[in-house]
Design a protein around this ligand. Structure first.
Ligand SMILES: [Zn+2]
Length: 81
């Protein structure tokens, strides 16, 4: 897992995880896979960098050209937490 410097506390050793994020527009849901999330063990924060947020905005704007339709299995979490 790649390590980076935390933007929030400035310490080294923050981890970058790749996650799938979902965005809703009306009834349509749209997924972006592989979004890098920085998690810092020192200050406990998780965040997206400004560059990542810009790229997500670009993908959302061009989603009709960039996204492919795929069938996806969806389960509803039914627990209380
Ligand atoms: Zn930190």
């Amino acid at each position: 897992m790649p390590l980076t410097t935390c933007d929030l506390c400035g310490k080294k050793g923050a981890r970058v995880r790749r996650v799938t994020r979902s965005y809703a527009r009306g009834n349509a849901e749209f997924l972006i896979r592989g979004v890098p999330v920085v998690s810092c063990p020192h200050c406990g924060e998780s965040y997206l960098t400004a560059e990542t947020l810009r790229e997500i905005e670009r993908i959302k704007l061009h989603r009709h050209q960039l996204a492919v339709q795929q069938p996806i299995a969806v389960a509803q979490y039914s627990g209380t937490e």
